[in-house]
Write a protein that binds this ligand. Structure first.
Ligand code: MN
Length: 162
């Protein structure tokens, strides 16, 4: 079963995400701030992290930075969940180590789409290491850059866009 860690400080939003995800058949773990999310990610090694940007203790940006610096977590797919969907935010988010983002209020169909996209990217990553693609889910669209940040931890990639 695919395990998704939800890091969100608002209990109502967290519950909503849990219901959406469990309804799609995912196992859900919950964290209430970034520090807790880091600790739980270390302990449980989830398949994906949904990370709220605005959180106490450690916000989403600081959390994803620490994740990318951690060899055990560097390749974890991380989806930003943001209340501020302003012009320019997408670039900032994508340049900060996230693999994608969703704006609140969360659209259930988009959430599922992003999860499948990230998981299929992970499958491609795995298949390149000689392991077989997982059985469920259709082959996703061509994935080129979801691992850009995760792979190097820096901007060594020549295709980093401006
Ligand atoms: Mn928040």
């Amino acid at each position: 079963m695919i395990k998704i860690l939800v890091a969100e400080d608002n209990p109502v939003n967290r519950e909503l995400l849990r219901e959406l995800l469990e309804g799609r058949g995912y196992a859900v773990l919950e964290a209430g701030d970034g520090q807790q999310a880091l600790q739980m990610a270390e302990e449980t090694l989830p398949d994906m992290l949904l990370l709220d940007l605005g959180m106490p203790v450690l916000d989403g940006y600081a959390t994803v930075r620490k994740i990318r610096e951690n060899p055990r977590l560097a390749n974890l797919p991380v989806l930003a969940v943001t209340a501020y969907a302003m012009r320019g935010d997408r670039e900032k988010i994508m340049d900060s180590g996230f693999d994608g983002y969703l704006s609140k209020p969360i659209n259930a169909a988009l959430l599922q789409e992003e999860i499948l996209r990230l998981l299929s990217g992970q499958d491609l990553f795995r298949s390149s290491t000689g392991l077989l693609r997982e059985e469920n889910g259709p082959p996703g669209p061509a994935i080129g850059k979801t691992k850009k940040q995760a792979a190097g931890g820096g901007s060594t990639s020549s295709d980093s866009k401006r």
